[in-house]
Design a binder for this molecule. Structure first.
Ligand SMILES: [Zn+2]
Length: 453
């Protein structure tokens, strides 16, 4: 009943745009002084494992990301955006709830989203948006409560029978995500809220041959994990992994471009809020490791964040914002831009408010016996290893191999330490926040992605 009423209201305010062609002329048709769409569509596009510094628009001169570079010109680029954790589930939970990992507690191997927390999808669905999630990572599926608030949930790694998962069964190619996304958009009522999580730059790296332009060949990631465990990684091997990674990023860039072309062909670009980001980055040997979820180092913590809504006067295409921001800021920002009230109990803050204070970004990692917290305010980063009660202050211009020392940095250290207090106490695992019994097929899919804890 509520949903029907809400849809009628939305029809009143935002007419459904029929599919149109040709695709490239939408902007020129727009009336220059048209009122802002009050209830825009929302597309939240997340690329798993995409480092901020592996996009052209973030200054990388080697990689080819023409589609995202072009998209960035239509939106605001946040040049210092940080994830709130360095592996998929807690980071995505923060992105989708606006809460720190300590508050949503979806940050250990079996933890699911607590049922008493309201997700962005639930908030938008309640307000009349039609909602869908297309996920290519089993860490963020219905096994862990991530279907909540979505009218449609497409989990693209699933298989019917337990057993060893082959690479082809991981499906997951971003071009398939794009096809599924456009097919759903064609069926959806307006306004819609669509979340896409693609996974091309995540191990095992198997780019289509036509995108493998940076290096060559394939790598056996089981062997790489063994080598890493035995301390037998070499600079040459890191370079080969990086070449395949770049190819996957270029492939994902192409698929994202096709999705944007699809929106343009349907006359939807102008009134669709597009938020492009990643759940975390990846290490490529900077500190002797490859992978993510191993540390809170900058290569795995910094993510791209680009926000576009051509019909809004609050978003200036091509603007670059250097203030430190974090993924928990995305939910309050979306609520703000679509005209819904901030519930007041979120950890993030709207990036488009007039009085948003600058503050350090906060991250946590609880995986593989690690229990780390970090506060970042470039060029400074304070990391607290809770298990050993060790504190390290890093100057990011120098790197994170060596503590910057206390001398002359007492003020910085005190400021970051007090920022860490915002994380609060860890929410305990409780009946309201169960450790999930992971279904066998989800477990197999997780193993195939290298989650072997
Ligand atoms: Zn991830």
């Amino acid at each position: 009943m509520i949903l029907l009423l809400a849809i009628c209201v939305s029809c009143d305010q935002l007419p459904v745009s029929p599919p149109e062609s040709p695709p490239e002329v939408e902007e020129s048709r727009a009336t220059p002084h048209r009122a802002e769409a009050l209830r825009p569509n929302v597309l939240l596009y997340v690329v798993d494992t995409l480092r901020a510094d592996h996009l052209g628009t973030y200054g990388n001169e080697t990689i080819r990301t023409p589609q995202l570079d072009r998209f960035a010109q239509s939106g605001v680029v946040f040049t210092n955006a940080y994830a709130n954790s360095t592996w998929t589930r807690p980071s995505m939970a923060s992105l989708l709830t606006g809460l720190y990992p300590t508050r949503h507690a979806t940050n250990t191997r079996g933890a699911a989203l607590p049922p008493d927390l309201q997700t962005l999808a639930e908030r938008l669905a309640e307000a009349g948006w039609q909602t869908a999630f297309i996920t290519a990572n089993p860490n963020v599926g219905s096994a862990f409560g991530f279907e909540r608030g979505f009218d449609s949930m497409q989990e693209m790694y699933a298989r019917r029978e337990p057993g060893e998962v082959t690479e082809s069964e991981l499906v997951t190619s971003s071009n398939v995500v794009t096809k599924r996304a456009l097919a759903w958009i064609d069926r959806a009522e307006r306004p819609f809220f669509l979340v896409c999580l693609s996974i091309d730059p995540h191990q095992p790296l198997r780019p289509p041959a036509r995108f493998d332009v940076y290096g060559k060949g394939r790598l056996d990631f089981d062997e790489i994990v063994r080598r890493q465990d035995e301390g037998r990684m070499t600079p040459e091997l890191f370079d080969r992994i990086l070449a395949l990674y770049r190819a996957e990023v270029t492939f994902n860039d192409d698929s994202f471009g096709k999705l944007m072309s699809g929106l343009r062909a349907r006359g939807l670009v102008r009134d669709t809020l597009v938020v492009f980001t990643a759940d975390h980055g990846e290490e490529f040997g900077e500190y002797g490791r490859v992978g993510h979820g191993l540390s809170l180092a900058d290569p795995v913590l910094r993510v791209p964040l680009i926000v576009s809504l051509p019909s809004s006067e609050r978003i200036n295409g091509g603007e670059r914002i250097d203030e430190t921001v974090e993924l928990v800021d995305v939910v309050p920002s979306i609520l703000d831009l679509v005209g819904l009230p901030n519930p007041g109990d979120l950890d993030g803050q709207s990036l488009f408010g007039s009085d948003t204070p600058a503050r350090p970004a906060l991250s946590t990692l609880r995986l593989r016996k690690k229990n780390l917290r970090a506060a970042v305010s470039p060029p400074w980063k304070l990391v607290h290893d809770i298990s050993s009660d060790r504190w390290d202050l890093y100057d990011l211009h120098v790197g994170e191999a060596k503590d910057a020392g206390v001398a002359g940095n007492k003020k910085v250290r005190a400021r970051l330490e007090s920022a860490l207090a915002r994380l609060g106490k860890e929410r305990p695992i409780s009946p309201a926040n169960p450790e999930t019994e992971i279904p066998a097929r989800t477990l197999e899919a997780l193993r195939a992605l290298g989650y072997t804890e």
